[in-house]
Design a protein around this ligand. Sequence first.
Ligand code: 8X3
Length: 254
Amino acid sequence: MSTRTAVITGASSGIGAATARQLAAAGHRVVLTARRKDRIEALAAELTAAGHEAVAHELDVTDRAAVLAFADRLDDFESVDVLVNNAGGALGADPVATADPADWRTMYEVNVLGVLNLTQALLPRLVRSGDGTVLIVSSTAGLGTYEGGGGYVAAKHGAHVIAETLRLELCGQPVRVVEIAPGMVKTDGFAVTRFRGDEEKAAAVYAGVAEPLTAEDVADTITWAVTRPSHVNIDLLVVRPRAQAANHKVHREG
Ligand code: 8X3
């Protein structure tokens, strides 16, 4: 069997980088994309040195022209089999009454239109592979809301709707549509970005939580879903740490 190719967005850190490592270990050729070129190049070099096939392409998922040009370059490979739409993120935790519309627009751009851009650009190739997978890393914020979450929650609901709608529209075609919805995951970037570099506010998100999920935990569920037999479609997998029973119901010690 030929090597399956997996494209991963947001592969420079966190869940994306962990997914690249795990999919490579599971035998995929990995195509790493992110805005931070130096990071994905270093990761591609690390994976190549370990005997895997890995390449890096600098890409901003919100730049539609760049996404389409990137897709054309994938024709170098005999097939494109897996797309992991992981790039995304939150900006701010302001209530609806005072939130900045610019933050909402940015979050919609990356979490919804970024997924749309990559999915549209790669879909013909995923169908052609005869056994494609579109995976969307959404969030538990795509399934329920919480105070101060409005803009992010709205955007992640958009990502959830793409998964649900695309699965209906592709029924009968050889492409699975998988959604992984993580709850509290402690990564280097997510909370720091949300609070614009305020390390104290970012640390407070995880304060007293014994074991938030790690990027590796989520990458494990992604890799599991991708490596199920072709006829098995994991529609939606919600994964939270044991200490989090709902978005706003978190057990904190101390
Ligand atoms: C991250 C989960 O609870 O910060 O996607 O919205 S949450």
